[in-house]
Design a protein. Structure first.
Length: 395
């Protein structure tokens, strides 16, 4: 009896073992199939995203071409400038946040027509908010018509002031705006040149200097969000402000050639994807309007700084050395930091060499051996500006 029970138990173990092996094999096959399907899905998503980017680039280039048919120099927005055109493209405003100037230009057939158009344009540029601009700007309207890929994360742009808090000490009344316009759009201040694109027309322009404290006033607009996100990501407030100043001069409409968008110049296809995954545990591409929203931009910019400092560069022991490397990495990538020390993109090999140096030696090594000139200048600018914002905000 006992012998029979042992035989049955042995047979059961064999059957169970076979069943378990088959189960494991089946589950492995299912996993591999899912993995394969996910890979195909990811490739499909990447292809769709690339098509979307190409379509947007085409809209941007076509718009620039249309502008070029009217203006000798078809200006477009950059990291530190915000350029906006009227629907007929014959009047434009060019706000240079780094030089703190407002240039208003129009193509007109008479001085009377020109003065009126300049007055309207100046009144609009110093009062319009970011959300209204996003909804009414001709280029943004054209870009919004491009079919968005599945899974693209979009957002509304907040109705935050762009220049009104810089130009006026308080929320401006119509009378205050009218007075400002009349004081700056005068016959003696309007410059006139011949239009090389439009016969019988001239280009009329006025350049206006912003107040001397314009940069600090713009930074204050974002103080609450910077303080909140810097605290959450264990970063100095002065670092975030210095990065923002260096990236965009607090231009909420910043768009680089890469393209990168907004205050902290987030590139959707690189830092944007890494940061969104860190924040929300999903691999997603974010839209330009998502990044023109200041809360989203500051959230992602500070999160990316956190990733650099606490993850990619975590093996650097000295906090100041790691800070210098983080600043440079925000501009050029963590791999290029390692390259400056070991000639390859390997931080695990670079970290021991960095740890053997003082923070001052690390700073000097970066200035000497970073692969490109831009991150060298960037490191110097941000370090200097950190000291300035520390004096303003105390941290």
């Amino acid at each position: 009896m006992l012998r029979n029970l042992l035989i049955l138990a042995s047979l059961s173990c064999v059957i169970l073992a076979q069943s378990w092996d088959e189960y494991n094999k089946e589950q492995t096959q299912v996993f591999e199939q899912h993995k394969k399907e996910f890979g195909i899905y990811q490739k499909s998503q990447d292809k769709e995203f690339e098509s979307y980017k190409q379509a947007q680039d085409n809209v941007f280039l076509n718009y620039k071409k249309e502008v070029g048919a009217i203006w000798e120099k078809p200006k477009m927005s950059t990291k530190t400038t915000w350029v906006a055109y009227t629907p007929d493209k014959k009047t434009r405003t060019d706000v240079d946040f780094s030089k703190e100037t407002i240039l208003v230009e129009t193509i007109a057939s008479s001085p009377i027509e020109a003065k009126l158009k300049l007055e309207v344009a100046l009144g609009k540029v110093v009062t319009i908010d970011n959300g209204t601009l996003q909804r009414t700007d001709p280029l943004q309207n054209a870009l919004s018509k491009v079919k968005k890929p599945f899974g693209l994360v979009d957002a509304q742009v907040k109705n935050e002031p762009i220049l009104s808090t810089v130009i006026f000490d308080e929320s401006p009344t119509k009378k205050a705006v009218d007075n400002y316009v009349k004081n700056h759009i005068t016959d003696s201040k309007i410059e006139v040149i011949k239009s090389n694109k439009k016969q019988h027309f001239k280009v009329y322009s006025v350049k206006i200097q912003m107040p001397k404290d314009a940069m600090i006033k713009r930074s204050k607009l974002y103080y609450d969000e910077v303080k909140k996100q810097a605290s959450k990501r264990k970063l100095p407030i002065s670092l975030v402000f210095a990065i923002m100043h260096s990236e965009s001069s607090f231009n909420p409409r910043a768009r680089s050639h890469v393209p990168a968008y907004g205050l902290m110049q987030i590139v959707p296809r690189t830092a944007g994807i890494d940061t969104y995954r860190f924040l929300y545990k999903k691999k997603k591409l974010v839209s330009s309007s998502y990044l023109y929203n200041s809360t989203n931009n500051i959230t992602m910019g500070t999160a990316y700084l956190h990733i650099l400092y606490y993850r990619y560069l975590r093996d650097i022991k000295d906090p100041t050395s790691r800070l210098y490397c983080t600043i440079a990495a925000y501009n050029t990538g963590a791999g290029n930091i390692a390259w400056a020390f070991v000639g390859k993109h390997n931080m695990s090999e670079a970290a021991p060499l960095i740890n053997a140096l003082t923070s001052k030696e690390v700073y000097n090594k970066l200035l000497k051996d970073l692969r490109y000139e831009e991150p060298k200048h960037y490191l110097k600018k941000v370090s200097r500006r950190m000291n300035a914002y520390h004096r303003v905000y105390g941290s």
